[in-house]
Write a new protein. Structure first.
Ligand code: AQP
Length: 333
């Protein structure tokens, strides 16, 4: 059976990268996959310190954004990770399956821990094991994510394979990443070599899902470019990461080929192109933002969706964990 699992951290500032790289694809996939779980991964969020009030607010905001973007809470399971014990429990078992050498190769840990590695939390280091548990607690088979999560998904496959080999079973599926669409790697507006990210200090580096039309226009106007005209073909992207990112963003928002966008704006000034890009982004985000505002004013509704999701998620993961206990050899009393 095919089952989708994916998640977003409630760490604030949900941005265009999260939308184009992940959430928009989820909306499209829910039509083809009957069984989808979309999770607000609050256990992942606390691998870096979070203000408790902000974390609660962020959890509701991410759930609301999923619904506002078009994920149907009736057909899918929308829930927050911390309320389903199977995630943390299976993560511990996977801590005992995954090898230190595997985790040492994870580039996201290196990026996030930076130079002060000794001071990073153990949770940040073991993050990929929890991510494998998130998916496999439901025997998830397909995981739609942005390009940045590819390495973690390869690790989830390795963990599933090693668990199956160690215990001589064919229990966990080998998860398939679904990395598709033109927004799989949206880059920072200040530096085209870095991904757009929630935790980047400068707010000018990203378009937040809650930005006003004025903010969006201002941020695109200030976005870094180069002194040359807009490239007339993707062949001219070489050494121009900011231009490539902005044209890619336009293509992704317009659901058009990047070649077509280059043909339309190529040779012209960036100022004109940036105005068109801002206009398009505002038009595409406006209906989602309207719905998001409506849902933010109805926290009881959002909590109700999460509560129902938690029940369903526990109902699926509980029996999987019972089987895992059996396989591992925990004595059931
Ligand atoms: N820049 C991006 N382009 C395309 N996809 C992206 N995703 C994140 N950034 C981009 C995808 O969004 C989903 C949810 O991401 P997350 O909230 O779990 O955290 P993250 O990947 O660590 O995202 P951020 O925004 O960069 O957060 P911080 O700054 O806290 O690390 C994932 O599917 C991800 O691929």
């Amino acid at each position: 059976m095919k089952r989708i699992f994916s998640g977003v951290q409630p760490t604030g500032n949900l941005h265009l990268g999260n939308y184009l790289g992940a959430i928009r694809n989820w909306v499209r996939l829910q039509k083809d996959f009957g069984d989808c779980l979309f999770c607000v991964v609050d256990l992942h969020a606390i691998t870096m310190w979070q203000d408790p009030k902000q974390l609660r607010r962020g959890t509701r905001e991410v759930a609301a954004a999923m619904i506002a973007a078009g994920i149907d809470p009736k057909r899918n399971v929308i829930f927050n990770q911390s309320q389903v014990p199977a995630h943390a429990e299976l993560a511990w078992i996977f801590n005992c399956v995954a090898r230190l050498g595997w985790l040492n190769r994870m580039t996201q840990f290196k990026d996030k821990a930076g130079k002060d590695r000794e001071n990073a939390s153990v949770g940040l280091y073991a993050y990929p094991n929890l991510m494998a548990a998130d998916i496999l607690a439901y025997k998830g088979t397909h995981v739609p994510v942005g390009e940045d999560q590819k390495q973690h998904l390869e690790l989830a496959r390795d963990i599933a394979q090693k668990f199956n080999n160690d215990f001589g079973v064919n229990f966990f599926p080998l998860v398939e990443p679904l990395i598709f669409g033109s927004g799989t790697r949206v880059m920072s507006l200040r530096d085209g070599t870095k991904k757009m990210s929630k935790s980047e200090a400068s707010d000018y580096s990203r378009i937040n899902m809650t930005d006003t039309a004025d903010d969006i226009a201002k941020k695109f106007r200030k976005a870094k470019t180069d002194p040359h005209p807009v490239p007339a073909s993707p062949k001219e992207f070489e050494g121009r990461p900011e231009a490539e990112n902005l044209l890619g963003l336009y293509a992704s928002l317009a659901d058009a080929a990047v070649e077509e966008v280059c043909r339309r704006f190529g040779g012209g000034p960036f100022s004109k192109f940036k105005d068109a890009l801002a206009e398009l982004a505002v038009a595409k985000l406006a209906p989602i933002q309207d719905e998001l505002r409506r849902l933010q004013a109805a926290p009881d509704f959002v909590d109700g969706v999460l509560r129902e999701g938690v029940e369903k998620a526990r109902g699926i993961s509980g029996p999987v964990l019972r089987e895992v206990h059996e396989i591992v050899g925990f004595l059931r009393l």
